[in-house]
Design a protein around this ligand. Structure first.
Ligand code: PNS
Length: 167
């Protein structure tokens, strides 16, 4: 039987942390779906199509990994795809409460669905998409924190128009 896992998230943008988690997830399953939730209440920096493209570039082409988007509940998407495993990253104690609630709610909605938490590589435990956005917005160097395609997309998104020259 094929063990199918889902790694869901906003991925706005994908970071080295997401890449690390996707790679680690492959030790637990035969096939992995990296899935972007499209109905987040957050106003995203990148469109779903842009995030899918960035994820493909960052995670790379492994025949075991596919990239999807989903609207609505993760539990419904997992059931539809026939997945019984959800992978999430736990970086710090501060992540725990939200992740714990989400895992239990998903179990309530789809009892066969198990959530597993993976710990990212220690040098990137502080990393989050929101921090990357913040640093990039202010022109900081994020090249060590994201794939080069993501760094380029951020640079373009936050590029300042040239100052008007005096008449
Ligand atoms: O990267 P994020 O923003 O921490 O990911 C959160 C995400 C997208 C996994 C979560 O918000 C989610 O599963 N959204 C889909 C809607 C849903 O099922 N919500 C209830 C979960 S209890």
């Amino acid at each position: 039987m094929t063990r199918l896992a889902i790694y869901p998230g906003s991925f706005d943008p994908p970071t080295r942390g997401h890449e690390d988690l996707a790679r680690r997830s492959l030790a637990l399953c035969d096939r992995l779906i990296v899935a972007i939730a499209t109905n987040s209440s957050k106003q995203p920096l990148f469109s779903v199509e842009e995030r899918l493209e960035l994820l493909r570039a960052a995670v790379g082409s492994d025949p075991r990994v596919s990239f999807e988007q989903f609207d609505g509940l993760l539990a419904d998407f997992a059931r539809k795809m026939g997945a019984r495993l959800v992978v999430r990253g736990l970086r710090a104690v501060s992540d725990f409460e939200y992740e714990f609630q989400m895992a239990l709610m998903n179990r309530q909605l789809y009892p066969e669905l198990e959530t597993v938490f993976l710990v990212p590589s220690v040098d990137i435990t502080y990393l989050s998409s929101s921090l990357v956005r913040e640093v990039a917005r202010h022109g900081g160097d994020v090249s060590g924190l994201v794939h080069p395609s993501v760094a380029e997309a951020l640079r373009r998104r936050f590029a300042r128009p040239p100052a008007p020259t005096g008449a």
